[in-house]
Design a protein around this ligand. Structure first.
Ligand SMILES: O=C(O)c1ccccc1NCC(=O)[C@H](O)[C@H](O)COP(=O)(O)O
Length: 484
């Protein structure tokens, strides 16, 4: 498709760049890498949850732009992604284009380490190479700009992105482009208020095009959104997902600004809704049902003295049955690097939970291989909460009591709000565990404000066997809703 203005300039430049990079790469190996990548989060599911009362904000990491020049050149993608997550964003968009936007794939990788939210790679994408590259770096979605390719290519790239586990956000700026995107098979369609040929922005574009969308298509308004009134105008046209770049990057208080965009009441709920981990599953069907009810993470215990212990083969049956976006967590107690990595690889685990007296060096070594490391810190034994800084490479800290017959999974409530006083850094994710159940979890969440809650015994009918009614009640208590 012939393009003009800025779009032509960027396309010419990117074509050369991609040709240069592609010449050096074995596409078969890159595809294999992309297929085996398992980033958590599902972009389509996340945006599909939005409603007029609870809109979805895709918060963007954008250091500069061709129309505005430098916006926030010193932006730290990791720290900003943490703020977006805490503020209640539904997903994160990362500009990886380097010439005009000063972004990189390294920025996306940093965001992947910082958040469980789904990530969109935003770039000028018109090759298989860039789609594989996005997935390998940890993206859950890619931007495909309709006028950058012909309709046949667009359909092929939409299909390719889905084949390797990503959902494309297909961008349009006119009614004609909308028809092309819909025919090519797009589900998520980004209506860009900015015309990429002239760089002119008009907020009315999204409001004008949204009424063309049928029920099965999801519009996302993008560009120029800077206030709650812009969101409300979008809601009025049937749009409930918004991609916000410049204004969110410039905000002095990021979390508060996201709160304003969401509307005060939304912010309160969004920011306080932690993820749910159901731990100690032993049965594939039960694991799948827990995930279906809304569990974000599933814990598999690799500790032989536990009645919930799993062999590699049993764990594989569970992880293979779960959808790719599930955060699968292997739970270990004082195991060595080899033992842990054998299970990570064989069972395709996303995260490991070290529930004993493991060293900071082991945490560092595991984190270096790209796996999320959850280190347990105990109220009543070592390592205690004061050890958080020694484990700075950990993805998060699971806090628990530490008394009982087992290192964990003892159904023992404790003084949870001690965890709220824990000295932490901005990078710390807090996972609250120990004696939680459907009746006490809401109070514990209010007191501590964790990023994730973890339960085992409180939703069990026997060791390793979950009572799905209790699981549902637990998730409902945490999220205010559980899927049926
Ligand atoms: O669950 C186990 O059997 C277990 C054994 C050894 C180390 C850790 C273990 N579980 C860790 C968990 O993540 C539990 O979910 C967490 O301790 C909370 O358990 P509960 O108090 O039963 O909800």
């Amino acid at each position: 498709m012939a393009v003009t203005g800025f779009l032509k300039q960027v396309k010419d430049l990117k074509q050369q760049e991609v040709a240069h990079l592609t010449a050096k790469v074995d596409m078969g190996s890159l595809r294999a890498l992309a297929e085996s990548a398992t980033p958590a989060g599902n972009f389509l599911t996340a945006l599909g949850q939005s409603t007029p009362a609870k809109v979805g904000i895709i918060a963007e990491i954008k250091k500069a732009s061709p129309s505005k020049g430098p916006i926030r050149p010193d932006l730290d993608p990791f720290e900003h992604a943490r703020r977006y997550t805490r503020g209640g964003a539904r997903a994160i968009s990362v500009l990886t284009e380097s010439n005009f936007f000063k972004g990189s794939l390294a920025d996306l990788e940093a965001v992947r380490r910082a958040t469980h939210l789904p990530i969109l790679r935003k770039d000028f994408i018109f090759s298989e190479f860039q789609i594989y590259e996005a997935r390998v770096a940890g993206a859950n979605a890619v931007l495909l700009i309709t006028p950058l390719m012909d309709p046949g290519e667009l359909a092929a790239y939409i299909a390719l992105a889905r084949e390797i586990g990503m959902e494309p956000l297909v961008e349009i700026n006119s009614e004609r482009q909308f028809e092309t995107a819909a025919k090519a098979g797009a589900t998520l369609i980004g209506i860009n208020n900015r015309n990429l040929e002239t760089l002119e922005t008009d907020l009315k574009v999204a409001q004008r095009l949204a009424p063309f969308f049928s029920q099965d298509l999801i519009p996302v308004a993008a560009s120029g959104i800077s206030a709650r009134s812009d969101i409300e105008a979008g809601i009025g046209s049937g749009i409930v997902n918004f991609l916000v770049g410049e204004s969110i990057v410039r905000a002095q208080d990021t979390e508060a600004f996201i709160g304003e965009l969401l509307g005060e009441t939304d912010r309160d709920t969004a920011a306080q809704t932690p993820l749910v981990k159901i731990c100690g599953l032993t049965d594939p069907d039960e694991a799948v049902q827990c995930q279906g009810l809304g569990a974000d993470a599933i814990g598999l215990v690799f500790y032989e003295k536990s009645p919930r212990h799993l062999s590699i083969e049993q764990a594989q049956k569970i992880t293979r049955a779960l959808p790719r976006e599930t955060i699968t967590v292997g739970v270990f107690v004082n195991a060595d690097h080899g033992y842990i990595m054998e299970r990570v690889t064989a069972c395709n685990l996303r995260a490991v939970q070290l529930h004993g007296q493991e060293s900071p060096e082991l945490v560092k070594a595991l984190a270096r291989s790209g796996i999320w490391v959850i280190k347990t810190l105990f109220a009543q034994q070592q390592p205690g909460f004061d050890m958080a800084r020694a484990y700075e490479d950990a993805w998060g800290f699971l806090v628990e009591d530490g008394r009982g017959t087992l290192p964990g999974g003892n159904a023992r409530p404790w003084e949870w709000n001690r965890a709220a006083r824990m000295e932490t850094t901005a990078r710390t994710r807090l996972i609250l565990a120990g004696g939680l159940d459907p009746d006490n979890v809401q109070q514990a969440v209010n007191d501590v404000g964790p990023d994730m809650v973890d339960v085992s015994s409180g939703v069990e009918r026997a060791y390793g066997k979950k009572d799905l009614k209790l699981v549902k009640k637990f998730i409902q208590a945490v999220k205010g809703t559980a899927k049926v």
